[in-house]
Design a binder for this molecule. Structure first.
Ligand SMILES: [Mn+2]
Length: 326
């Protein structure tokens, strides 16, 4: 890969020497204990140490309630693995936020498929990093991980508005016996703070009860079919948000042609540049305090979805963390 050769002489760019060296060590000479997997972006130790990192990444590999394609529990590890190939420098933004330090926290452990316990475990795992002043990036896992993440953010930072990208409204009050099912994620967040502004983008799969709830609760829906007829949708959506903002992106909000590896794909989603423009506009106009990327379900064959999710998450960090406005 050309990038590895080019990057070899620049310490702040990509370098792969340590890992390829490890790979050439004969198996018999390797330590019997498995080396820790590389963290987010595969950063060198000085940029991934928790104490000095501006950003904390929390893997939340929970997939207890998904209903169609299972396997979102493998999403965080695959996204982090793919992030090792993402270029540190964002060309469009002319920014390299990894220089502020990005620590990868240990993945949250789940003892059962009970989403209520998972939400509590994620909230407990996310709180310390937020209390330490880190910007938090949560990685799902199914969308119910966002309930725990937002609870932690609310406990530490107080109230916030929510920007939500998704094919699904996720506004069911209960599904398969739980209010914490991934089909209920935004409903639960909306009920946790009844007055929080919520803006949902790219929605194209919804039931009538969810629409009625959105109307009653005052959730702003930007359905997929309206976006192409509404050239100003990004500015209109971002203008509705009040500071500070939490951003949650379900990768099925993107079109399945570019993001096939997700449990419940729906045609007609955002393209790459639309989601980039949206994220960039939020970063330019709003103060974002935390975000998540969820519902990546690696298929074990193609890996462009993992790379897209990794690059999107890093673009979010480049746009959101200490952006000029904040
Ligand atoms: Mn969804």
């Amino acid at each position: 890969m050309a990038r590895r050769v080019r990057a070899a002489s620049r310490s702040t760019s990509r370098r792969k020497a340590p890992r390829s060296a490890a790979r050439s060590t004969p198996a018999a000479k390797r330590s019997p204990r498995r080396a820790a997997a590389p963290g987010y972006l595969d950063l060198p130790p000085e940029q991934s140490a928790y104490a000095t990192a501006r950003i904390a990444v929390l893997p939340c590999p929970f997939d207890g309630t998904s209903t169609y394609g299972k396997g979102a529990d493998r999403g965080p590890a695959k996204l982090i693995e793919a992030s090792g190939q993402v270029e540190f420098f964002d060309l469009a933004l002319q920014r390299k936020v990894c220089e502020q330090g990005i620590a990868t926290l240990p993945a949250v452990k789940f003892r059962s498929d009970d989403p209520a316990r998972a939400v509590a475990a994620i909230e407990a795992a996310a709180r310390p990093a937020l209390a330490d002043g880190k910007f938090l990036l949560g990685l799902g896992g199914e969308h119910s991980v966002s309930i725990g993440l937002t609870r932690a953010v609310r406990a530490v930072h107080g109230r916030f508005s929510v920007l939500h990208v998704d094919a699904h409204a996720d506004l069911r009050a209960e599904y398969k016996g739980s209010p914490f099912n991934h089909a209920c994620a935004i409903h639960a967040i909306a009920e946790d703070d009844r007055s929080a502004t919520i803006v949902s983008i790219g929605i194209r799969a919804v039931c009538e009860e969810e629409l009625a709830y959105a109307q009653e609760r005052g959730i702003h829906l930007f359905p997929g079919h309206e976006l192409r007829r509404r050239p100003d949708w990004i500015r209109a959506a971002v203008a509705l948000l009040t500071d500070p903002v939490y951003v949650t992106i379900d990768v099925d909000g993107l079109d399945p042609t570019i993001m096939p590896s997700t449990g419940t794909p729906v045609p007609g989603g955002l393209d790459w540049w639309q989601v980039c423009d949206l994220v960039q506009e939020i970063g330019a106009r709003k103060r974002v305090i935390a975000c998540d990327v969820n519902e990546l379900k690696p298929d074990g064959v193609n890996h462009h979805s993992e790379f897209l999710a990794a690059q999107l998450s890093y673009k979010m960090l480049n746009c959101f963390v200490d952006s000029p406005r904040s």
